[in-house]
Design a protein around this ligand. Structure first.
Ligand code: CLR
Length: 381
């Protein structure tokens, strides 16, 4: 099996504890073999691992073309988001639980005219864990802003993850109309828990609603459903509220194809829509020596090194130090009556873009896409 012999009982009690109170997975102690040295603040980088597809949104010749390019870029991010830990580390792992105020900065260089893309991530809440991010490609007039939180439960051996949060993509060419796209996030089902070899399948529906009226309805299915293959996807692209003008089907971790076109000049039946079998491009991050104490890789340096080298004692020692420091900080703040100040984001009660785009989805599908209680907008970038 995947569980090392000396960690079998630790794994069994970890699994029992998730099954029994379906609580906060982050705060639960898990055996070393399942720990990842990567903090959740690094995850928003998955959005840009194909920078040329993101930049290409602005090459769209009309609103329909751009909305299709948004769908294409989005589908191409799924492999990195949901299978890359299995590829790199052999299974899904438990990421490091970011501390309040943790920061992650990165870039993808300007190449072949695609423009420089910048990423900014901040952990904006610890209980519950919420990560906010802001991605900009100025020369392409594109930004992607969003936040991630999760609600987890346990059902017949699987961890079910409901993503709370969304992303909003903005295309704002100077002197022209601004276009916005609301992107809702899939639900996850984590299987393989008993064997200690967790992996993700995506389930249910997701949406990308454009302010220009185009709506992509994305169905996620696993093995044994309409194609019998893992990681299946079917995206129906429509103008509210008529039937789809383009349908895309296939596997989000390999290839999808256009399977039907009814009245679109931007897609051809049979053509490849996404192909993610080619290499992706990881984010560029400043060397640890030049990072400050709040930056992810500096903050977790010793813990990550311990996990990577198998020195779990060193890892857990430094993790305890970080957690104690945080606890003390919260106490001091409470005593002084000065709560923690976020650096790059502000908390809002309501996001007008989200509200209006979510209402468009509701009008068409009768589904209110996400139940979203947190809104974070960049304050200074
Ligand atoms: C975070 C937002 C990203 C997509 C993404 C991918 C993997 C998810 C992660 C999100 C949230 C945390 C997560 C993880 C897979 C496993 C992990 C649900 C949604 C949980 C907390 C760890 C469970 C522990 C078992 C693996 C033992 O855009």
């Amino acid at each position: 099996g995947a569980v090392p012999a000396n960690q079998k009982s630790g794994w069994a009690s970890f699994v029992k504890s998730i099954a029994s109170f379906s609580g906060d997975l982050y705060s639960m102690t898990a055996p070393p073999f399942i720990l990842s040295p990567v903090s959740l603040t690094e995850f928003p980088a998955y959005w840009l691992e194909r920078p040329e597809l993101f930049a290409a949104i602005s090459d769209g010749v009309d609103a329909e073309d751009r909305a299709l390019r948004v769908l294409k870029w989005f589908i191409a991010t799924l492999k990195g988001q949901y299978t890359s830990r299995n590829e790199k580390m052999g299974s899904e792992k438990k990421p490091l639980n970011p501390v309040l105020g943790e920061l992650f900065y990165g870039t993808w260089p300007d190449q072949n005219g695609r423009g420089l893309t910048k990423l900014l991530v901040e952990q904006v809440s610890h209980h519950p864990p919420i990560t906010a991010y802001h991605i900009t490609n100025e020369s392409r007039n594109l930004t992607l802003s969003g936040h991630n939180a999760q609600k987890t439960s346990f059902s017949s051996g699987a961890i079910l993850v409901k993503q709370v949060g969304h992303a909003i993509l903005t295309y704002a060419p100077p002197g022209k109309d601004v276009e916005k796209y609301l992107i809702t996030l899939p639900r996850l089902r984590i299987d393989g828990i008993w064997y200690g070899a967790p992996y993700i399948e995506l389930t249910d529906n997701g949406y990308i609603q454009a302010s220009t009226g185009y709506l992509s309805t994305i169905e996620y299915k696993g093995k044994g459903y309409f194609s019998g293959k893992a990681h299946s996807i079917k995206a129906s692209f429509a103008v509210n509220p008529t039937s789809p003008i383009v349908v895309v089907e296939g596997q989000w971790d390999t290839v999808t194809k256009v399977t039907s076109v009814k009245g679109s000049k931007h897609a051809k039946t049979g053509e490849t829509f996404t192909d993610v079998t080619t290499p992706k491009e990881e984010v560029t991050v400043a060397p640890i020596e030049s990072q400050n104490e709040w930056e992810t890789r500096k903050l977790w340096q010793n813990v990550a090194n311990g996990i990577r080298s198998g020195d779990f004692e060193a890892a857990s020692k430094d993790k305890t130090r970080i957690e104690n420091e945080q606890r003390q900080r919260r106490k001091d703040e409470q005593a002084a009556g000065t709560p923690w100040q976020l650096k790059h984001f502000v908390h809002l009660d309501e996001d007008a873009d989200y509200v209006s785009l979510a209402a468009m989805i509701k009008d068409t599908t009768n589904v209110l896409p996400t139940e979203d209680c947190y809104v974070f907008k960049p304050s200074s970038v």
